[in-house]
Design a protein around this ligand. Sequence first.
Ligand code: AMP
Ligand code: MG
Length: 401
Amino acid sequence: MSQLLPIEDALARILASARPGQPGVEQVPLLQALGRTLADDVAATIDVPLDDNSAMDGYALRAGDVPGSLQVSQRIAAGSVGLPLAPGCAARIFTGAPVPAGADAVVMQEDCTEQDGRVTVGRTLAVGENVRRRGQDIRTGAVVQSRGRVLRPQDLGLLASVGVDRVPVYRRLRVAVCSTGDELVEPGGATLSPGQSYNSNRFTLAGLLQGLGMEFVDGGIVPDDPEATARALRDLASRADVVVTSGGVSVGEEDHVRAQVEKLGHLDLWRLAIKPGKPFAFGEVCGRPFIGLPGNPTSSFVTFCLLARPFLLALQGATEAPLPAIPASAGFRVGRAGKRQDYLRVSLEPVAGGLLARPYDNQSSGVLSSVSRSTALAVVPPDTLVEPGDPVQVLLLDLLA
Ligand code: AMP
Ligand code: MG
């Protein structure tokens, strides 16, 4: 129990218990598929583009006929199909229109002159010049999107380009969240009395879940009381696929989550070797996966991003889960090596040769501003000293929503 668990070990244990695609599959119209996770591979049933077409406004011709003067025998706009091109002729053609049979190149209109029904081309052309080949984007049978893909706007466009208008996606994972703590008050309600604070985690966690394309089941505030905690856990387990709590998982007398989860299921409580974030619980309650986040708002955010997020994404069937990590240079000094892996809240500033990670000035784990004002977490491994300018890995936060 006094042993601090490295984050990698915690994540490996958590992911080992994730059953991907657990919520099942549904078909949705493509316009509603943004952010959803694809439940099957989608293969193209056509070539894209469907035919050789012009990349330019200009004239379709035989490359072997130029330089020279050619009769303009037809006009082909996008959406129409021309006739086979007779030798010694050119077709006026517009971007996207199919290149007529017989033509093997397109000269752009800026490179020629048209007069009295003839076009004069003063230069040579390579065969295939300015022609977009049939299937150059996608070939029939190619997998255009794979199972497990979390669909982005451009992915929807690609699916549409092969004629798909509905896709199989995993059902939205329903994740219930409750915030434990007698001190908590919902914003918008009563003004605070001494000792109270507003329930910020409910909003951060709801937003994080919604950003992952999941359904937030609101468990509200649960008082620091064993019966109330047990009631809430049972209720949330009956309404959701996963139960998440914030607060109440330390070992204090008012931390009731642990004991109640152990009665209703089982629990591993870990002291993680990370900062912020120490207490983190994982287990099962009434047959549902259970995640116990620390109450401290910064810690709950960081542990959600590092542990809960990949677990929940895996449950929802997504294949790409970790926060993207990129190199930056430290805009800070760590003069005393720590025992835990530190996640400094930083913003990234473009500088010559890369990105500078500038820390928010107050890195105390109680300071939620440090999270809101930051765009990334700079990772400082245990037992590591950092000088300004040293390379550090940063995890990007702005891709969360
Ligand atoms: P706990 O993990 O319950 O011991 O809480 C640790 C600290 O986080 C305490 O200062 C709490 O007041 C604070 N805290 C717990 N839950 C929340 C919450 N939902 N919103 C804001 N602060 C919280
Ligand atoms: Mg508490």
